[in-house]
Design a protein around this ligand. Structure first.
Ligand SMILES: C[S@@+](CC[C@H](N)C(=O)[O-])C[C@H]1O[C@@H](n2cnc3c(N)ncnc32)[C@H](O)[C@@H]1O
Length: 194
């Protein structure tokens, strides 16, 4: 993973709105950001403390990924917002499939295996964070954008105009309206192969 992260601000369907259609919290963070942080720094069952909880993004992602959390927020309206949000958040996978052991322990999983094993279907759409970029999965384990075809890493770099890209964390699948990094599918497959 690169040490500089380019993530779009939180917008679209993920952005919480109040009854007037206005932003419910002024600085709601994108879940994709917390996804990376939580996966990179915690294990399933760990407790995450966020002393500036706001709209509860940390808690929502912690719950999705099978972590516990403690949130501290001084504004009662934001607290209520976070509680409602988290009550409506589901775990996205079985918690034991989301363990993140050290790289040395992890068998290499080529992207094509996700297709071979049916975790992704040929023709299925992948999205960059906030859906700014899209690509389709091909049966041969490459992906195709409107411009070109290649590996998840090559195409991730190409659409961003970046020198390199970790396609596992850049590309996402849409799970009932929520973008989930394909890295989660890779971990699921790893768990199945163990
Ligand atoms: C930058 S926002 C956090 C946004 C959050 N990460 C999210 O995604 O919604 C900081 C939050 O900390 C809260 N806050 C600031 N000072 C605080 C304090 N001393 N104790 C508790 N909460 C505090 C603010 O009310 C605000 O909601």
């Amino acid at each position: 993973m690169r040490s500089d992260w380019l993530l779009p601000i939180c917008n679209g369907g993920e952005r919480l709105k109040n009854e007037d259609g206005k932003k419910a919290h002024p600085t709601q963070k994108p879940e994709a950001l917390l996804h990376r942080v939580v996966l990179a720094s915690t294990m399933v069952g760990d407790v995450i403390l966020d002393p500036f909880f706001g709209s509860g993004t940390t808690g929502a992602v912690a719950k999705q990924l099978g972590r516990d959390f403690i949130g501290i927020e001084r504004d009662p309206d934001y607290l209520a917002l976070a509680e409602k949000r988290i009550a409506n958040t589901r775990r996205i996978s079985e918690t034991d499939l989301l363990e993140t052991p050290s790289k040395r322990e992890q068998p290499r999983i080529p992207f094509g295996w996700l297709v071979e094993r049916g975790l992704l279907r040929p023709g299925e759409k992948l999205y960059g964070p906030k859906r700014r970029h899209a690509a389709k999965v091909r049966a041969d384990g490459t992906i195709v954008t409107s411009e070109n075809r290649g590996s998840i890493h090559k195409m991730g770099a190409e659409v961003q105009g970046a020198p390199a890209c970790n396609g596992w964390t850049f590309w996402h699948v849409d799970v009932e309206g929520t973008l989930v990094p394909i890295d989660v599918l890779r971990q699921k497959l790893r768990a199945e192969l163990n």
